[in-house]
Design a binder for this molecule. Sequence first.
Ligand SMILES: Nc1nc2c(ncn2[C@@H]2O[C@H](COP(=O)(O)OP(=O)(O)OP(=O)(O)O)[C@@H](O)[C@H]2O)c(=O)[nH]1
Ligand SMILES: [Mg+2]
Length: 437
Amino acid sequence: MERSRNGRTAESRFAPPPDAGRAKQRAYCIAATPENEDLQELMELLRTAGVATVGALTQKLDKPHPNHYLGSGKVAEVKAALKEADANLVVADDELTPRQQRNLEAELDVPVIDRTAVILDIFAGHANTAEGKMQVELAQLEYNMARMRGLWTHLERLGAGRGVGGIGTRGPGESQIETDRRLARDRITVLKRRLEQVKATRATQRAERERAHLSNIALAGYTNAGKSTLLNTLTGSEVGVRDRLFHTLDPTTRTLQLHGRTVLMTDTVGFIRKLPHQLVDAFAATLEETKLADLVLHVVDASAPEEELVAMTRAVEDVLEEIDAGSSPRMLVLNKADILDDERRRELSFRHPDAALVSAATGEGLEDLQERIVAEFEKTLQDIELLVPFSEGGLLSELHKVAGEMEREDTPEGVRVTARIPTVVAERYGRYAVNGR
Ligand SMILES: Nc1nc2c(ncn2[C@@H]2O[C@H](COP(=O)(O)OP(=O)(O)OP(=O)(O)O)[C@@H](O)[C@H]2O)c(=O)[nH]1
Ligand SMILES: [Mg+2]
């Protein structure tokens, strides 16, 4: 029997969980895709959101049907399957247009949601900080704005169709829709303004860190790749780790010792295929951390099958491009080496000769990774000669952290220091440079 990466069997993904009979939401997954994609990731998202999957259907289409997402024959097939599986929710693997959603609901007579809604729901459940919550709410509002009309039609239909009736199920008419849209727009304005303030605070914090003149490494990668685990192992911290998608939403920065030098390492929100653009926009402040890093470690779950690994890697590269982090120096880190067999290890080192193969869980390969990071920074090391005024004594200990080793000599004007440090950091000491070095 085919075993999925996290140990659950392929069969058990479809078999109802023990309490599925009572599970409120029993989802049927659908996908229109040009490639032979399975729906495992969507089911994984649903599992994270606490929804049971009771069936799935994929149709090979170059482009989703503009009216019904799937072709009309397939929609009829889904309708029959829903009854069979006793599903009460349909989930599409792509973001649906309001029209596709409306039409599907009319045909299938159950609520239809899309991948974006599921991801937004997970983010909403995982947001802990005020900033995270605002970012998610903004993304949700942006997503819902376009769909409000559809939502009301939906409620109306359910009310009429099932004879439930009552408050909130009747069509509110144009004026109510308009009022709601206005309220949503107002709230969006407020949230955007507050997030601007958060962004300013974050910029101040970053400026403070930069004043500490340390290089900054950002961890980036697909959700569940092991970024937080890697941060924990390397820096001895205890950031939350779980086998669920989008566990980390808020960035965390820790210090890391590399051959006597101190650098900063930041763990942040993971990426996914078809990442809702509303989230990318709303998380702009968070993603700045990656964008402005001196080095980006792209962490990959190397235990994924090759095809999936390539797709996940590409998805991350795409988002990095999208947020404009494409030009930062980057290093590929193949994680979860502990669960690879020898053949796969050989294949990976052949395919990705420049990547570091590590296990954040067992510590394997981490020394090599640290060597590589040092080597990466070495490439840009520069000799500097500074004259630091006595009034700036704190700078000396900071410089010592960055340089690992340095020579110092007291002179009447201040302390004369020679050291070898990364160019990015050297620039921050520019005003104390002697002889233009
Ligand atoms: N076998 C194995 N499992 C690992 C390794 N590193 C992480 N994991 C597991 O992978 C799962 C995800 O790890 P996290 O560190 O939370 O992953 P993440 O990239 O931070 O995920 P998000 O915060 O959701 O984006 C957890 O169940 C970890 O225990 C590893 O080296 N080997
Ligand atoms: Mg994490």
